[in-house]
Design a protein around this ligand. Structure first.
Ligand code: NIG
Ligand code: FE
Length: 414
């Protein structure tokens, strides 16, 4: 696949006869919560003008002025939407874990596979053997594929290094992706993802806090920090220590919490003003209460529930409790090997009971907020970068989740 190196998209591109121009806003909106999630603003029979990679204008066809464009696209029967924002991925990894997939089919659980030397430690072993340039190439090919599926901004975590060199290598790869790709990428340091073999958790946490974090901060390699708060991995005290130290370096917190167990990580993450808490398949009343009084975004990852056959996060209740909800893939080789945001929107509707309006808002506006990109991605606003895609012929945006597990994207404009 040819590499698309930025910058790109110069000149004027006019898209006309758009059946529905979806997620158009007069001004950029930040977090959506509660009833605001139900409202997906749409212009019917519209045009969109992109100029030098920015949204220059849009409106209804009847009102379109005379425009001399370098390229005119007739969208007849198609929709145009902001590209998806995938705010939680583990896109940098060495290889698939297909063997574990087979074990899982035979009935082994995530925990049993981990105990057999599979899981995150398996990815760490694979990653160690792959040179940095090769790792970059593999990740780049994946992101280009994600873009073809409509993703126009993404977050990528480290966490398969589990050593100072390994974590730095992963974060450098993410940094190089930032410079190569025409879409925004955010880097999250997830050193506290699993405990490496032959080390106690306490000793490893010391490495994370006293060796990795200062070095990563001094090289400016991360936008956020993250931790896997779960039985057998890291606990609430570890989360607290990481949040405190990261705060000193000006790094905000994201956290993997409540995937299998509610350990109290939600409230602790909220106390430390986490940007988002992610997973949330298991939620207690205390967890809901902590979130409803906060600005922390609840990010749900239905692809992981689908693949691991674990419960889906209570996304509908999260919205009803007035908590801002975002939707992401969690794309990774162990628990969620799909990069298809269209499918995540389907799962959110089919398995989690969201309306298409709620699911699309969660995968665009709120996901952008979960990466602090509200002014750059996830909505169609005059002056904002034009990261949009045109769909295949569709009657209504509700057909995006309806045609589940498909690729309703016809052309991307990034
Ligand atoms: O978000 N839960 C922890 N981390 C990843 C899985 C990583 C893996 O299995 O490789 C997740 O699901
Ligand atoms: Fe994850």
């Amino acid at each position: 696949m040819p590499l698309r190196i930025k910058p790109k998209q110069t000149g004027k591109i006019l898209i006309r006869n758009i059946r529905q121009l979806v997620q158009v806003r007069p001004e950029p909106v930040g977090l959506l919560r509660g009833f605001a999630m139900n409202d997906l603003p749409v212009l019917e029979n519209a045009y969109l003008l992109i100029e030098n990679g920015r949204i220059a204008d849009f409106g209804r066809m009847e009102e379109m002025p005379v425009i001399h464009a370098d390229e005119t696209v007739d969208a007849a029967g198609r929709l145009v939407m902001p590209a998806w924002v995938d705010s939680h991925t583990h896109t940098v990894f060495a290889a698939s874990r297909y063997g574990e997939f087979m074990d899982k089919i035979k009935g082994l659980s995530y925990a049993e596979i981990a105990a057999k030397g599979g899981g995150i430690l398996n990815s760490a072993k694979q990653l160690e053997a792959v040179p940095e340039d090769e790792l970059l190439d593999r990740a780049l090919q994946r992101v280009l594929r994600m873009m073809q599926y409509g993703t126009g901004a993404l977050e990528i975590k480290s966490g398969y290094g589990l050593s100072v060199n390994g974590e730095l290598k992963m974060l450098r790869v993410i940094g190089r992706l930032k410079t190569l790709l025409p879409i925004p990428v955010k880097a999250t340091f997830l050193g506290a993802h699993a405990i490496p073999e032959g080390m106690s958790k306490e000793d490893y946490m010391k490495v994370v806090l006293d060796e990795m974090l200062p070095e990563i901060a001094s090289q400016n390699l991360a936008d956020y920090v993250d931790i896997f708060c779960e039985k057998g991995y890291f606990n609430v005290t570890d989360l607290e220590l990481l949040a405190e130290k990261a705060g000193k370096y000006g790094l905000k917190l994201k956290a993997h919490v409540n995937q299998f167990t509610s350990l109290g990580g939600v409230a602790t993450a909220v106390k430390h003003e986490a940007l988002s808490v992610d997973h949330l398949e298991v939620m207690t009343e205390t967890d809901f209460e902590a979130l409803e009084r906060s600005e922390t975004i609840a990010t749900v990852l239905p692809g992981c529930s689908f693949f691991l056959k674990i419960p889906y996060a209570p996304a509908k209740r999260i919205i009803e409790r007035n908590i801002p909800l975002a939707l992401a893939t969690d794309f990774n080789p162990g628990s969620a090997p799909s990069w298809n945001m269209n499918f995540m929107v389907s799962l959110a509707c089919i398995k989690q009971g969201l309306t298409p309006e709620q699911a699309i808002n969660a995968a665009t506006v709120n996901a952008a907020a979960a990466m602090e990109l509200s002014h750059e991605a996830g909505q169609i606003v005059r002056g904002m970068p034009a990261r949009v895609f045109m769909t295949i012929p569709l009657n209504h945006y509700g057909e995006i989740p309806y045609y589940f597990a498909t690729r309703p994207v016809d052309r991307i404009f990034y």
